[in-house]
Ligand binder design. Sequence first.
Ligand SMILES: NC(=O)c1ccc[n+]([C@@H]2O[C@H](COP(=O)([O-])OP(=O)(O)OC[C@H]3O[C@@H](n4cnc5c(N)ncnc54)[C@H](O)[C@@H]3O)[C@@H](O)[C@H]2O)c1
Length: 313
Amino acid sequence: MNILITGGAGFICSHLTERLIGRGDTVLVIDNYSTARRDNLKAMDNLTIVEGDIANTDLMSKLYVQFQPEVVVHAAASYKDPDDYISDMQTNGVGTAVVVKESRKHEVKRLIYLQTALCYGDPQEQPITLGHPMEPSGSSYAISKTAGEYYVRQSELDHVIFRLANAYGPRNLSGPVPTFYKRLSEGKKCFVMDTRRDFIFISDMVDILEKAVDGTGICGAYHISTGKDYSIKELFDAVVKAMGITLEEEVEVRERSPDDVFSILLDPSKTQESFGIIPSLPLDEGVAKTIDYYSEYGVEETFTHLRIPGKEE
Ligand SMILES: NC(=O)c1ccc[n+]([C@@H]2O[C@H](COP(=O)([O-])OP(=O)(O)OC[C@H]3O[C@@H](n4cnc5c(N)ncnc54)[C@H](O)[C@@H]3O)[C@@H](O)[C@H]2O)c1
């Protein structure tokens, strides 16, 4: 199949790209490298990487004409500065509108959209079900990604929207795991927020994405999650263990910031029924594999959509 992957050089979709190339698909990646490492995706047969912006209508139009994608996985997203509303809206809103418009024009068989669970805002239930109201007003990232979801829903294309739990694994540069690794390896003190998250290892996530590329699951929204949440302190302790270090004192637990939510635990039942996959890698094992990657490649930069109190320390 010809598969176009936006944001395909980033964490999640560099793994998906490798999976698809490995089984014989032809993949076109467009990425502007705003949050991707250049060593994530190596040159491979049947892979073309275009460095560019998904909001560039002329470029996107040309790529669709030349490549004729059958399936599009839309993962490019802007989130690295919580105050940069314009970049967020340009990529997540306008860029998604461009992807949807071109996908309709070229009658792609399926459009897959990666969405953030922050679209739910402060959850009114645990676990969060797919019918939970959308309330993304807490962050520019969530607002603009949710605008993107509405364009996808309106498209009349066969689409699958995945609202994701916190993915982690090799190449992950956002969220707590790379931050803990970087600070601990530089001998700096860490703190953890008093929040809980549903952490899913990258290969478990890619198993489900691959099935969606192949047409599994009827048109609509799904979660990709384990259905189990961990405190950030438990995650921190797993990182410390995987790094083989001993700390003299317990890590400081800080109160969450106003744009953060206490727990994001997503109900995985519809995904498990439709895709037949239950994410299974235990947290300790996934964290150990992630730390192995950081030890080999290092962590130069990390990204977050959050305003973290004391981030500059
Ligand atoms: N990682 C998670 O836990 C998580 C959770 C919820 C949702 N998501 C969603 O999954 C998708 C992939 O996230 P990820 O964790 O791999 O992050 P990532 O930052 O590694 O991937 C996003 C990619 O998009 C690229 N990009 C940004 N703006 C672009 C533009 N204008 N044009 C072309 N490329 C652009 C970046 O360079 C990057 O490679 C995103 O849509 C994100 O919103 C991720």
